[in-house]
Design a binder for this molecule. Structure first.
Ligand SMILES: Nc1nc2c(ncn2[C@@H]2O[C@H](COP(=O)(O)OP(=O)(O)OP(=O)(O)O)[C@@H](O)[C@H]2O)c(=O)[nH]1
Length: 458
């Protein structure tokens, strides 16, 4: 698929940056630089960890809104919405930098728990739907369980908006990937007024909750040790530790590109069953929440001829391949290996954990040397997934590429049993009750909203 990427807020901008980096590293031509990122934070605080998005494609907004602070909206989605609506003409103008005529769709990336990502992200999704005739997808990040309750409330509300506006929302659950996230030392101190109002009470009833310092510096960096990454001194960058989210952002980017970018390779040989943009679009057509799993198999390097023996170029390609050091399959067990690989992808750490049999449609992409993709294995993997996902809607295709490994990536579309979403909604409800009990005020969202029973909340 040819796509335009739009990143919103801290998480969104960093993940789009990773998408661009991985696109180049894997020789894919998905966005070809057709990308833009937005944030509300002040320059210097915005776009931390962003390296590959050109300066002219980094847009800040909301700076004239009196409640937007130097570090952004402080997790308040209503403020994110208000700031985006106020600056909507500037945001629309910024979209002019994107190419929408020669694409198969657009992808908006955001952290659902951010006031900018979740709140302004919903407004930008609406705007994208206006300007893009093709599907608009979202990659949306769910917060970790140890983040302040206010963040869960923001995420629950934002997810509802995203699902309604986007054509499909691929979720990435930070909690499921928590072991790969670096230390976010000042997570507690970055709770701002919006979250304090929820979390101060949570603290009094739950000793395990992170302490909230009401006098915490509201300008504290909301992105952990990343403050070191983007210091004002340009020379400091090289010695800085990687951003705490670097590994998970790469995992998210790799999985998304393997599905949405399947078949978009700089150089690609003929495939018997090549995947194309319409297969991916058809799988995502279901709407709802989707998830991606991936597994890789290192292929054996077989050296049949000694290094010093020249291999004549006039030999048929198949015979040359047999003589040279090329990764390939090893005979009758190939089919079982391919099936096993697909099975491992489905059972791997998904971008968001779910009940596989709740998926509506699925897509398998096998990427690797054509010689390693056993037709029989492919078919039996497909058959296995039909049973597992309890659907006959299993699309499958390959992406032939010169690689020393074979990668299976599986997209499970419109999954309806997603424990992390349920957990976020439960925490959101608790947060709402605390808010209402304490202040005796009605929040802009109600309990039904957080549980996802109302369609749209802004
Ligand atoms: N996977 C991933 N998650 C992140 C990253 N940065 C933040 N998050 C998550 O996204 C949530 C929102 O954080 P940000 O994206 O920084 O927030 P924002 O959208 O800029 O909004 P405000 O700062 O509230 O204005 C956090 O609570 C984390 O759950 C990142 O780089 N990668």
């Amino acid at each position: 698929m040819k796509l335009a990427f739009v990143g919103v807020g801290g998480a969104g901008t960093r993940i789009v940056d990773r998408l661009l980096a991985r696109e180049a590293e894997t020789d894919r031509t998905v966005s070809r630089g057709n990308a833009i990122v937005f944030d509300t934070a002040e320059p210097g605080d915005a776009f931390r960890g962003v390296e590959h998005v050109p300066e002219e494609c980094r847009v800040t907004f909301g700076d004239v809104h009196p409640d937007v602070g130097p570090a952004g909206t402080g997790g308040n989605p209503d403020l994110g919405v208000a700031a985006a609506r106020e600056d909507v003409y500037e945001l629309r103008r910024a979209f002019d930098a994107l190419e929408f005529t020669d694409v198969d769709g657009a992808v908006l990336v955001a952290g659902l728990a951010g006031g900018t990502g979740g709140g302004a992200g919903a407004v930008l999704l609406e705007e994208l739907q206006e300007v893009c005739d093709d599907p608009v997808y979202a990659l949306a990040v769910l917060p970790s369980a140890d983040e302040p309750a206010g963040r869960a409330l923001t995420a629950a509300r934002s997810l509802q908006s995203f699902v309604r506006i986007a054509d499909n929302v691929v979720c990435f659950d930070n909690e499921a990937w928590d072991s790969e996230i670096g230390p976010l030392e000042d997570l507690e101190s970055r709770t701002l007024s919006y979250e304090e109002s929820v979390d101060a009470d949570a603290e009094s009833t739950d000793d395990s909750s992170p302490a909230v310092d009401a006098d915490a510096d509201a300008d504290a960096d909301s992105r952990g040790p990343s403050s070191d990454v983007a210091s004002d001194d340009p020379d400091a960058e090289d010695d800085s530790p990687p951003h705490p989210y670097e590994t998970v952002n790469r995992a998210a980017a790799d999985r998304l590109l393997s599905i949405l970018g399947a078949g978009e390779l700089e150089s690609m040989t003929i495939a018997e069953n090549r995947i194309d943009a319409s297969d991916v679009a058809r799988t995502l057509e279901t709407g709802g929440v989707s998830t991606i799993g991936q597994a890789t198999l290192e292929l054996e390097q077989r050296q049949r001829a000694p290094d010093w023996l020249p291999v004549p170029s006039w030999l048929p390609a198949s015979f040359r391949g047999w003589l040279t050091d090329s990764p390939e399959d090893s005979g009758p067990t190939d089919a079982a290996r391919v099936k096993d690989l697909v099975q491992r992808a489905v059972e791997s750490r998904l971008t968001v954990p779910c009940a596989v049999d709740s998926a509506d449609r699925t897509l398998i992409v096998l990427s690797g040397p054509p010689s390693s993709v056993s037709r029989k294995g492919f078919e039996s993997a497909r058959h296995w997934l039909e049973g597992e996902a309890d659907t006959v809607d299993v699309m499958a295709g390959d992406e032939p590429r010169d690689a020393a490994e074979l990668t299976a990536t599986v997209l499970l579309s419109n999954v309806t049993e997603v424990p992390p979403v349920e957990a976020v909604q439960e925490r959101a409800l608790e947060a709402l009750e605390l808010l209402e009990d304490r202040d005796g005020r009605k929040s802009t969202a109600n309990a039904d909203d957080a549980a996802g029973e109302n369609e749209f909340i802004w």
